[in-house]
Ligand binder design. Structure first.
Ligand code: UDP
Length: 253
């Protein structure tokens, strides 16, 4: 049997050639990195959880008419996706000040923002993904004004959808990052949500206790990352089924 072709390997995922032209297989690794890959670890089960969680969010988005690259899950760690041309910008949407915005602007973490704030970061590991203004994006041709308008609109729709979903299970969506890709339908180009949506790319705080249920658990050494992600999956009803284990003996009078 021929070995399938690896198209790209990133920090947390691998992309393989898909079965049809225009498709790829996205494989979720257990590797976790932070601070531009200065901190690394392997967290058993993370890839399985993120595969399922990303499937759950992307399927929901597809259902409400927000286009995504997700086609179907193949197995525990892999999903079939549409191949896109990734726009070299990370789109961050924030509802509450945390992380880099809190630091950069001297805002206390946890301060609600007056409205969702959208930021763009230039995807370049060597530069540490710097924050960029629309001026830079347009001047350097990373995206057009129409792309930017579409990216803001996608970001806000994803934010509304995810915020509601998490609110329903007692979690506050503090901020998140998405990546967006171009696809062509005949002569028409469209932008769709790509990459992944998972606790690796969101900040998620328990509404009651403020407990962090996202990658900050790893970044800030706050406990077991897989436990936090499992809790998110459990609350959302993703992967509720357990492997059949030893059953308790039934007492008969
Ligand atoms: N984020 C991400 N990948 C990155 C940078 C940020 O997924 O390369 C996510 C991060 O998990 C958070 C949001 O984007 O949910 C905002 O991150 P921030 O700018 O505060 O940076 P950080 O504090 O994570 O360095």
């Amino acid at each position: 049997m021929a070995r399938r072709k690896k198209v790209y390997e990133g920090k947390a995922k691998i992309l393989y050639e898909g079965p049809e032209p225009g498709t790829l297989v996205q494989y979720f690794k257990d590797d976790a990195t932070a601070f531009n890959a200065e901190k690394r670890a392997t967290i058993e089960g993370k890839g399985v959880l993120n595969n399922r969680l990303s499937e759950f969010f992307m399927t929901g988005l597809n259902t409400i008419g927000v286009p995504t690259h997700f086609i179907k899950r193949i197995n525990m760690r892999e999903q079939l996706i549409r191949a896109v041309e990734i726009i070299p910008l990370e789109v961050v949407v924030r509802n509450v000040a945390a992380g880099s915005i809190a630091k950069r602007l001297g805002i206390e973490e946890g301060t609600p923002l007056p409205r969702p704030i959208i930021e763009f970061y230039f995807k370049d590991d060597a530069l540490g993904d710097p924050l960029v203004a629309e001026e830079h994006i347009l001047a350097f041709g990373w995206a057009t004004q129409q792309d930017l308008d579409d990216m803001v609109s996608l970001g806000l729709r994803v934010n509304d959808f995810l915020s509601g979903l998490f609110l329903g299970v007692g979690i506050k969506l503090v901020d998140f990052k998405i990546e967006i890709g171009r696809i062509w339908d005949g002569d028409y180009m469209r932008l769709i949500v790509a990459d992944e949506i998972s606790p690796d790319s969101c900040r998620l705080w328990d509404i009651e206790t403020g407990q962090k249920l996202d990658k900050d658990v790893f970044r800030r050494d706050l406990g077991d990352l897989a436990d936090a992600y499992t809790e998110v999956a459990r609350r959302l009803g993703v992967m509720p089924q357990r492997e059949p284990g030893p059953t308790k003996p039934t007492l008969i009078n």
